[in-house]
Design a protein around this ligand. Structure first.
Ligand code: ATP
Ligand code: MG
Length: 337
């Protein structure tokens, strides 16, 4: 059985962009493949602490897992949820891989350059987390790692580390994850889906953006979310057309409408083609988003923490078993055992 693995940091409440671009596609992928693959969905809590956390990390993690369940994730004997820090093999393997990876390749990581830029003193975790990420992946022989395109360089790094390690010891100890081009094919997205910032639609929606009206949070009151859509930036062209470069604001609204109503984008585009009243489009999208949030939040309210803790307990048992077995192979290769 192949393994599909993914995680999402729980540093704050998630946005509609995180939901539509990461959570929902992962839930669909998991439900589709849970008969033929192992699906590992983990909370990268050790990655969370490389930067500030809004609120209480433990509570944030439970909330994120509830999001998955509310989005329709079905946990069964092949679908596992776990917290990274509850599986100590991750940090142990990270150290070992630190001794395999080179300063040169790690220093080339764009995320490191971006995250450390302008910081007078940057913590070592920001530099080292791609290696921890390699450990997260390689411990479970994961072949597919559905993540956003900002993480592709880290997947390539994990591939290089795995190949170097296997070569050094002359054995296929690690499964080399699929190339990012194949990851994209597997996820079934032609190019990375990007929900745009509502006020500055040339940028993507991000949870760390300060302006409240730029982003829709999953815990926004539905009416508040509708108001944010109504105040979204559009353009002065006056024609509804899907053109992410020329009309990013309008195109973003069409894209959101398609995703939250689960309608093919082409159908939404056809419905609105040639129309001129931006207000009408906004009203419709505002309604759709508020309906989606109402439904999502009511499903969320039905899931209790105890259920999540029970699933985590099972998941962490499974994860420790698999991860410790892999770690032992690695330790033996280095003659630590
Ligand atoms: P931050 O501002 O802290 O970087 P973020 O909103 O960009 O937050 P991440 O934690 O970086 O979120 O990413 C979590 C997941 O959500 C990733 O898989 C990422 O690709 C996806 N994602 C983030 N923003 C969007 C977006 N606007 N549209 C679609 N997917 C997104
Ligand atoms: Mg981001």
């Amino acid at each position: 059985m192949k393994t599909i693995l993914t995680g999402i940091r729980s540093n704050s409440v998630l946005t509609l962009g995180n939901y539509l671009g990461a959570l929902l596609p992962m839930v669909r992928l998991a439900n589709k493949h849970s008969g033929d693959s192992q699906i590992n969905i983990f909370a990268p809590d050790l990655h969370s602490i490389i930067s500030d956390v809004d609120g209480d990390l433990r509570e944030n993690i439970i909330r994120t897992f509830k999001y998955y369940l509310a989005a329709g994730l079905k946990v069964n004997e092949n679908v596992h949820i776990y917290r990274q820090s509850y599986v100590p093999a991750h940090s142990e393997l990270c150290w070992i891989l630190d001794c395999v990876a080179t300063m040169g390749e790690t220093s080339r990581m764009i995320q490191f350059k971006e995250k450390s830029k302008g910081q007078e003193s940057c913590n070592v975790g920001i530099f080292n987390y791609p290696i921890l990420m390699a450990a997260d992946i390689l411990l479970y022989d994961a072949e597919y790692v559905p993540l956003g395109e900002d993480q592709f360089q880290h997947i390539e790094l994990a591939r290089n580390i795995a190949m170097r390690f296997n070569h050094r010891f002359g054995a296929e100890i690690f499964t080399v994850p699929a190339k990012t081009s194949d990851q994209v094919k597997f996820m079934g997205v032609s190019d990375g889906l990007r929900i745009r910032d509502l006020l500055n639609p040339e940028k993507k929606m991000s949870k760390s953006t300060v302006a409240e009206n730029s982003k829709i949070m999953l815990d926004d009151e539905p009416e508040k979310a509708a108001k944010k859509i109504m105040s979204a930036t559009t353009d002065s062209i006056g024609k509804i057309k899907f053109d992410m470069w020329g009309q990013p604001g309008i195109s973003n609204l069409l894209q959101i409408e398609a995703l939250v109503t689960d309608t093919p984008l082409q159908d939404v585009i056809a419905t609105w083609a040639g129309q001129t009243k931006y207000g009408d489009l906004k009203k419709k999208v505002a309604e759709s988003v508020s309906e989606m949030l109402t439904m999502f939040q009511s499903r969320l309210a039905e899931i209790d923490d105890a259920e999540v803790y029970r699933l985590l307990e099972d998941g962490e048992k499974y994860a420790n078993k698999v991860a410790n077995a892999k770690l032992l192979e690695v330790q033996k290769a280095f003659r630590l055992r």
